[in-house]
Write a protein that binds this ligand. Sequence first.
Ligand code: GDP
Ligand code: MN
Length: 376
Amino acid sequence: MISVEIDSLLLLLGFSLAFIHFTVPLTYYLYLKRRWLWRPWNIKRDPGYKPRVTVIVPTYNEARLINKKLDDLARQNYPRELLEILVIDSASIDGTVEKVEEWVRRNNGLRIHVLRESVRRGKAYALNNALKHADGEIVVITDVDATWGSENTLSEALSWFSDPGVGAVTCLKQPANKGSGEVEEGYREFYNIVRLAESKAYSTPVFHGELAVFRKELLEKIGGFPTDIGADDSHTATRIALMGYRSIAANNIICIEKVPHRGYHDWRIRRAQHLVQHFIKTLGLLRRAPRIFKPTLIVETLLHLVNPWLLLASILILLYLTATNHVPAIIFLVLGASLLILKPFRTWVATQTYLIAASLRNMWTKEIVWRKQEKR
Ligand code: GDP
Ligand code: MN
């Protein structure tokens, strides 16, 4: 009798956890989409605004992709005299620097400097090193394995800075190839809408290293990029938003990112680790958030740090009940599992799994200096 009651309570608990797990993000998504996605920006953007800009390209063993990256930068139609490129290399052993030097010999007209570190201490450390040499008012960070949507991408990104209230700008992402990319694409559609709507409301706490643009004076104010966590892009943008400047992802700026063909799951887990680190570090700053930013930050923090565990707890409870032949629990589990044939559901569950694996993995390694993964 008592055990029947406990079973029913457990079932109710398992059901409620699953319910909260799915309805919180779905409600947030629908709210953003209905309320903010189509709103005006409230930013005075001048498409003709042309500040002095420094593009920092961090490299570690990028010999295979660096030419394509430099070609992509060279096709940008931004005035040459206002553009400076800094390649900061951290002791690559595959001839990356030689490739850059060779490229520079073949292409004159672009102001490009190579900085070399003798020891690899991680991307953020290298970015800070490069920052000391940057002479632009605006600083752009970009990954070697990403290309930009068009030759106007840089101009478009910089045009937002004509409004002094804008502190940071990032792109929306498109995966370059399919394959394991099936999950990747579904994931992107959903998150691009979220990032864009958050940006229209005020700012987004998630930025992309494929194209992350910052006002240099603000970078200096916060002491450069954080070297104790992996998400240099997102955390820096969030710090800037906390200071009262907009940190936005804009819809006229697209990055095309390569996805690893091997070790896709490891890659997703490492990136999730960095995001988890970012949101944990942001917890201590929540109190200082501008009122308009607080709801976004709180919901995103919950979604990254807490929500995945609700799903896991719910599954464990249902599995336990299944082991005791509890029929409603079995039905509920089977129904849940059969939903996995739906792509969006599969994508969602995969992302939750990466976040859980990431939180666990963070306990023994923070992946500040990570293994390079080959991308296609
Ligand atoms: P992912 O985009 O998260 O897969 O990370 P990547 O491996 O693509 O790294 C992002 C960018 O940082 C790439 O351009 C890398 O070459 C570069 N990078 C990674 N680690 C280091 C490092 O320790 N030093 C420098 N200078 N660049 C790095
Ligand atoms: Mn990359």
